[in-house]
Design a protein around this ligand. Structure first.
Ligand code: PHE
Length: 530
């Protein structure tokens, strides 16, 4: 079908009444809200430090430009052209690609079940900041008094201090999901994101003025050039970009699917990408200034500090910083409040992706999908991660879902779009027809050749390491169940949901918007609409 022969671009079937963001600004805010999360605050600073400090900015920026931004555009193109969450959008691109959409949905589901728990911890610690309840030994407090950590295993024993705030997190998520895209998700971001930026900026300003801050910043930014020859540093840079930008998870597909027809997609993508990286740098400055202060107060050198990333950075090292500080309650509240808001605006994006996928496949209403999906995720979240064995399970599941799941997803997405469904030129023409920043020819080889090759190297290396070295000295059975079990779950979930028949909105008459404006209109004739 050529552009000229295409039927008028009327909305039809399920498209009729598809929700939209109220404006492009709403979309951009929501997309930044999804991207800016725990990954920016607790992951980036430590990864950058270990990856060569100032020198790490080189692989990081290369990863941003050669994978982050191009794959973000691919997500946008698929979502905006095929107007659905990942499973249906991929199905419309190429019938069999539906499975990839469910694979991504499975990753979202898994991540959301533990991400919510970290938000619950942050809420508890927000409260504990008033009065520095963690006392003299924040390490013992976190794993002992607060989480009551048990041996590596599975215990059904709920930890009340985690479970209570967790109920609040899930209740709020379900309500916001049920309110929908414009009234729920967009509103949350319109309120949450400015609050986050203000609160976090205040925190960083305070942090850089502390004694010792400059030592921390020197530690973060002094380049160690020799690290650049280490493949693992490059892999860390690419992983950071993927997780941080929320790409190849299907989230940006559903977010883009709620954009109106005339939406400046690529320019918005550039804004989102650079905003996310800027926040990441800001977090690096804030966190390392605070760590410099801690070393200064404790009369240590910077190298003697430990616990520089992840949960330990936030819930052990940071409480130490807070305790050392005059006016600490305020600083603590800013830090844990920022963590909670940043996490919440990301969690909503994870759950929206899952909920819309189920609405479309099973013809569910928004409310029933939100409640069903929310309750199931909440139950898993309580059962696995709010228990005395939750911390370890969380760490292991996170490692495998992110390092293996997401890389498999990204490779499959690139290969299918370019080599199997052969829709990449259409997607490029589509983006160029609606956007002011035009994608040149370079986008196709980046998506079709460079990204999948590099990601494959990355995947092989990671799998090899995990098989040979295991994970974190954990017992093999444990890594088998929680680590490889997670990967297995992703595949099984994808297979089962693909096999189930469509009850909902697989509208055979779906027609993508015709590509008018710029770009080769012949590109569209290469595509068959399935
Ligand atoms: N990008 C978010 C962060 O940096 C995490 C996230 C990943 C959110 C995937 C949604 C999807 O923390």
């Amino acid at each position: 079908m050529t552009a000229a022969q295409s039927p008028a671009p009327q909305a039809r079937g399920p498209q009729q009444g598809r929700e939209t963001w109220t404006s492009n600004r709403g979309f951009i805010l929501a997309a930044i809200g999804s991207a800016v999360g725990l990954g920016n605050i607790w992951r980036f600073p430590g990864v950058a430090y270990e990856g060569g400090g100032g020198a790490f900015l080189i692989p990081y920026l290369i990863a941003l430009v050669t994978a982050g931004i191009p794959i973000l555009f691919l997500d946008y193109a698929v979502g905006h052209r095929f107007r659905a969450a990942a499973p249906l959008a991929f199905r419309r691109m190429w019938r069999r690609a539906e499975a990839l959409g469910w694979f991504q949905t499975a990753i979202l589901f898994v991540i959301s079940t533990y991400y919510a728990v970290i938000i619950a911890w942050s809420l508890s610690y927000f409260y504990y900041s008033f009065g520095t309840k963690w006392g003299e030994r924040p390490d013992e407090f976190f794993t002992g008094d607060y989480l009551r950590v048990g041996e590596a295993g599975v215990s059904g024993e709920l930890v009340g201090t985690v479970a209570w705030p967790l109920i609040g997190v899930w209740a709020l998520i379900i309500v916001i999901l049920a309110l929908g895209v414009a009234k729920g998700v967009e509103k949350l971001n319109v309120i949450g994101l400015p609050l986050l930026v203000l609160g976090f900026a205040a925190l960083v300003i305070k942090a850089v003025t502390l004694p010792g801050a400059s030592d921390g910043l020197n530690a973060l930014f002094t380049p160690q050039w020799d690290k650049l020859s280490d493949l693992n540093v490059w892999i860390a840079a690419y992983s950071q970009i993927f997780f941080s930008m929320s790409i190849a998870f299907g989230i940006m597909i559903s977010y883009a699917s709620f954009q109106k027809r005339k939406s400046n997609m690529t320019s918005s993508g550039l804004v989102v990408g650079f905003a996310n990286s800027s926040f990441e740098l800001l977090a690096g400055i804030g966190v390392f200034s605070a760590l410099g202060f801690l070393a200064h107060e404790q009369g240590k050198t910077y190298e003697q500090l430990d616990g520089l990333t992840g949960p330990i950075l936030s819930f052990v090292t940071f409480p130490r910083v807070i305790s050392e500080m005059p006016g600490s309650a305020f600083f603590g509240a800013l830090f844990f409040g920022s963590l909670a808001i940043a996490g919440f605006t990301s969690l909503i994006s994870l759950m929206l992706g899952v909920s819309v996928a189920f609405q479309e496949k099973f013809g569910l209403s928004r409310t029933s999908a939100s409640v069903t999906v929310g309750v199931v995720a909440a139950i898993v979240s309580f059962g696995l991660f709010a228990t005395t064995t939750g911390l370890l399970a969380l760490d292991t599941v996170d490692q495998f879902a992110n390092n293996i799941g997401i890389v498999v997803s990204a490779i499959a997405m690139c290969v299918i779009a370019v080599w199997v469904a052969r829709t990449i030129e259409t997607l490029r023409a589509h983006l160029n027809a609606v956007s002011t920043f035009k994608l040149g020819w370079w986008w196709v080889p980046v998506i079709g050749v460079y990204a999948p090759l590099f990601l494959t190297v990355m995947l092989v290396q990671k799998i090899y390491d995990l098989i040979v070295d295991g994970y974190e000295d954990l017992p093999t059975w444990y890594v088998g169940v929680f680590g490889w079990g997670t990967v297995g779950f992703l595949f099984v979930f994808a297979a089962v949901l693909t096999a189930v028949g469509w009850k909902g909105r697989d509208d055979p008459s779906f027609t993508p918007w015709p590509i008018v404006g710029s770009g080769p209109s012949s590109a569209e004739s290469k595509e068959s609409v399935r």
